[in-house]
Structure formats: structure tokens, C-alpha cells
Ligand binder design. Structure first.
Ligand SMILES: Cc1ncc(COP(=O)(O)O)c(C=O)c1O
Length: 472
């Protein structure tokens, strides 16, 4: 028996990795904090709970398939025609409907990468070809490259702003220039799942862009700022031909009556929800300031999370957080995304981050009189044996390069290539390249590193030892 024939290409799809559930720290810090899914950490508002409770007496009935009241409430809130609205089971459900409405096999969908991990999955499920365009070194959408990636096969461009997981948002002028370059018959969907957390006045409201352009649509959700992640409701605002097509591809009754009631009640609870968003944004400001103070290099976030370029240490950092009862979201060897939570959750995360930094930035090695100190995500320094800085690098691009360095000789060479002014003699590079002369200074060895006067060197390192923090 061979069984039913399934789509061969499904096995090739990347799996969606949900944020892991809360853990309890092994260090006895009490109940865990889930900072892995960008959820709103506050419990449902009483008025929303009440609306859901009332609705729950009737769940023997199918919901209103057209979500008439919710659609009307959204139309009135955003001052758009009801015909321009399509709702679905979470914005991810709406995105599936959009793809079903827009792409045929072989069509191309352009999006930035790294971005929301559902994009490549949904695009391939729809039979279309993903065209991921790498982010810029400062973690932003590369709009020039994205516009250049549009071909006559392109049917859809996704712009995630603020971007998950990096938190960066597209600014008004660059956005308009970009849209000017996209053909009218290509739909641009601005995924604004985190729109409510945006505080930068230079970041446009996607609805303003939609109002002026027939090929621009805005995708939003009740999952994040509104705190309805578990109820699954999202919506698209698009010009009526697009919205109508997206309604047509909806699975019948996808948005439950409970979700519709909760969303309507949430739209009426504007002030309370605004206060919660405000609290989370204050949390973001506090977390970013604390992390920066600890020496982390951050790109400012416009969402309810922060992004740390932890490189190959992402799994180790994630494990360190888990050991302290904090669940964060690692992305392979790229980085870690940490949601803003309640103040105590943020404190628990910051304590782990501080401990990690204190450990990581003490890692240094002595190479023929030069100390190479690796500072986590911020800088890489070559200092001489008396602690005088010979060169300092501050670059994400350097980070990638260092992350690929397999031995310290290559690392040092790479450092010196980047900063020729600080180059020690060729003989030193050769010697370092041979790896034989590398030793760790003992206490009192080479003196403090610049800017870190109170942190003595702590660790012994072998050149090819993974204990050495390649990226920090
Ligand atoms: C950018 C982005 N878009 C869409 C979603 C989907 O949210 P939902 O399906 O819960 O509305 C998420 C969730 O993490 C997201 O980060």
C-alpha cells in the first residue's frame, strides 16, 4: 500500500517555529516569562472578556460569515468604505487569502529577509516563488533592491513595517519613492502587525499610502497591541476590487463569533488599550536604554520587541535566558528576538543580558603582545599588551565576517584588513596565523582593556575552541 499521493514540495517547506512556552528557570527565579511570541503580556480587558462571555452562550451557531458588525466598526474607526475591508483568522489567515487571490503557480512574491517567517511558507503553499531580498546591514528593508527584484512575474510585494524580527520600520520618503517604482498591477501589502507600537513620526501610517494608491493595501491584526492573539482575528484594508477578491478566497466562517465580539469590544476600549501600548512602549524604551548601557549594539525598535544580533551564540544566549526563566526567540545563527513584557519579565531578561555581557566582553586573547578583545555585538578591539587600543571596529558587517572566522589567526587578519592604519608588522600576522603562540593572559597580565577598566580578563581560550566567543 502506497497511500494517497501528497504534494512532493511540502516536505521542502520550512516549518513555522512558534515562540516556545514559558519555562521556569533552573536558577530558581520563579515562574517563567514568555518573551518569545510578541504577545501582549496583559490579560484581556474586563469589557472584552464580558463581550466574549456573552457571545459564548451561542457557539452552537455558526458565526456571521461576513463579520458585518466588525467590518462596520473597522470602517468607521479608519474612515474607509466597508467594501475595502476583508477579515480573516488572524492576519496570517488573511495573508493566505491574499495569496490565494493574487498568485498562481510560478508567480513571484518579493519580500525582505529576514522577516516574518510565515512569508516563505505561505508563498510556497500557494505555489508561488518566494523572492527574499536581504535586509541592509543595519537591519532595514533594502527598498532599492526590493524594487529591482520586481519582474513581470511579480504579483505581490510584502513590506513588513515594523519588521519582525528586527523592529525596524520603513520611513515615509523612502516608502513613497519605493512605491513609485512598483508597477500599478503589482499589489503591495504593508504588513503592519505592530503598527500601534510605532512612535517615530517619520514612519507613515500605511493607510495614508493606501488612500493614494490603488495597488497598496494594509494588513493588520488584533493579536498584538489589542491582545487577542488566542482568538485569531486580523484584517486587510485594500481598494475594493482587491478586498473583494480577498473576501472571496476566505474559508467560510473562519472568524468565530467570539473573535468578532472581542474585536468589536476592543475597538471600543481604545483608551485602556492605548494605556497598555503606552506601558509597553515605555518598557521598550527602558529595555533599549538598559541594553545599550550594558554595551549591546541595537537597532532602535518600533515594535514590541528588540532584536539582538547574537550570531552563533544565539542558541547559547537563548539557553542562558531559559535558565533564568525567560523564553526568547532564537533565529538560527543570526540573532535573538525578545518581546517586551511586563516590567518584572523585562527585568528578568535584562539581568540575564547583563550577566551575559559581563561574561562575554571579558573574553580576550593575547597574540604576540596584542590582545584581541571581542565585545559582544558592539566592537572588536586590538589592543597592545599595555591595554592601549590599536584599532576598534564597530560594524555588523564585521560581525558576520568574524562569525565566519574559524581560527584566531584569520580573525586577527580580518581585523587588520579592516583597519590598515592599526596594522602590526606582517610578522605578527604570520605568527598569529600559525596559531602556535596564542595564550591567555593570567590575572594582572595585560592590564585593563580600554573602556572596561574594572573587568579583569577571565578566561583561557584555545584558538579553535568553540568556548571562544566568535562573535562576542
Ligand atoms: C509581521 C507579522 N505579521 C503577521 C503576524 C500574524 O499575526 P496574527 O496571525 O496573529 O494576526 C505576525 C505574528 O507574529 C507578524 O509578526
Amino acid at each position: 500500500m502506497t497511500g494517497p499521493r501528497l504534494r512532493q514540495d511540502l516536505a521542502q517547506l520550512p516549518a513555522y517555529t512558534p515562540g516556545r512556552p514559558a519555562v521556569t528557570g533552573t536558577s530558581g527565579l520563579g515562574p517563567g516569562h514568555k518573551l518569545s511570541s510578541n504577545e501582549n503580556p496583559y490579560p484581556p480587558l474586563p469589557s472584552v472578556l464580558q463581550a466574549v462571555a456573552e457571545q459564548s452562550a451561542a457557539f452552537n451557531r455558526y458565526p456571521d460569515m461576513s463579520a458585518t458588525h466588525l467590518t462596520a466598526a473597522l470602517a468607521s474607526r479608519f474612515d474607509v468604505p466597508v467594501d475595502d475591508i476583508a477579515v480573516g483568522a488572524g492576519s496570517v489567515g488573511v495573508l493566505g487569502q491574499i495569496l490565494a487571490a493574487v498568485v498562481a503557480p510560478g508567480d513571484e512574491v518579493v519580500y525582505a529577509w529576514r522577516s516574518f517567517e510565515a512569508y516563505p511558507i505561505l508563498v510556497q503553499v500557494a505555489g508561488a516563488t518566494p523572492v527574499p531580498v536581504p535586509l541592509t546591514p543595519d537591519e532595514r528593508h533594502d527598498l532599492g533592491a526590493m524594487a529591482a527584484a520586481v519582474t513581470d512575474r511579480t504579483r505581490l510585494v510584502l513590506v513588513c513595517s515594523p519588521n519582525n524580527p528586527t523592529g525596524t520600520a520603513v520611513r515615509r520618503a523612502e516608502f513613497e519613492q519605493f512605491l513609485d517604482r512598483i508597477p500599478d498591477d503589482v499589489l503591495v501589502v504593508i504588513d503592519e502587525a505592530y503598527h500601534e507600537f510605532v512612535t517615530d513620526p517619520d514612519v507613515p501610517d500605511g493607510l495614508d499610502l493606501y488612500r493614494g494608491r490603488s495597488n497598496v493595501a494594509v494588513l493588520r491584526t488584533f493579536s498584538k497591541a489589542y491582545g487577542l492573539a488566542g482568538l485569531r482575528v486580523g484584517y486587510l484594508i485594500a481598494h475594493s476590487p482587491v478586498a473583494a477578491a480577498v473576501r472571496r478566497t476566505a474559508p467560510p466562517f473562519a472568524v468565530t463569533a467570539l473573535a468578532q465580539a472581542a474585536a468589536i469590544a476592543s475597538l471600543s476600549a481604545r483608551d485602556e488599550l492605548h494605556d497598555r501600548v503606552d506601558a509597553l512602549n515605555q518598557g521598550r524604551t527602558r529595555v533599549e536604554a538598559a541594553l545599550t548601557g550594558q554595551g549591546w549594539a541595537l537597532v532602535p525598535s518600533q515594535a514590541n520587541f528588540v532584536w539582538l544580533r547574537t550570531g552563533r551564540d544565539s542558541a547559547a544566549f537563548t539557553a542562558a535566558c531559559a535558565a533564568n526563566g525567560v523564553t526568547v526567540r532564537p533565529y538560527g545563527d543570526e540573532g535573538v528576538r525578545v518581546s517586551i513584557g511586563t516590567p518584572d519579565a523585562d527585568d528578568a531578561f535584562l539581568a540575564t543580558a547583563a550577566a551575559w555581557r559581563a561574561q562575554a566582553c571579558c573574553h580576550w586573547v593575547l597574540v604576540s603582545g596584542y590582545v584581541v578583545a571581542i565585545e559582544y555585538g558592539t566592537s572588536y578591539r586590538v589592543v597592545n599588551a599595555r591595554g592601549q587600543v590599536r584599532s576598534t571596529l564597530q560594524a555588523n558587517q564585521t560581525f558576520d565576517m568574524l562569525a565566519d572566522s574559524r581560527d584566531l589567526g584569520a580573525l586577527l587578519e580580518a581585523l587588520l584588513r579592516e583597519t590598515p592604519a592599526a596594522s602590526p608588522p606582517e610578522s605578527l600576522i604570520a605568527k598569529a596565523g600559525s596559531s602556535a603562540s596564542i595564550a591567555a593572559p593570567g590575572p594582572g597580565g595585560s592590564g585593563p582593556l580600554s573602556g572596561e577598566p574594572d573587568r579583569p580578563p577571565t578566561s583561557q581560550h584555545q584558538v579553535a575552541d568553540r568556548q571562544f566567543y566568535w562573535a562576542g
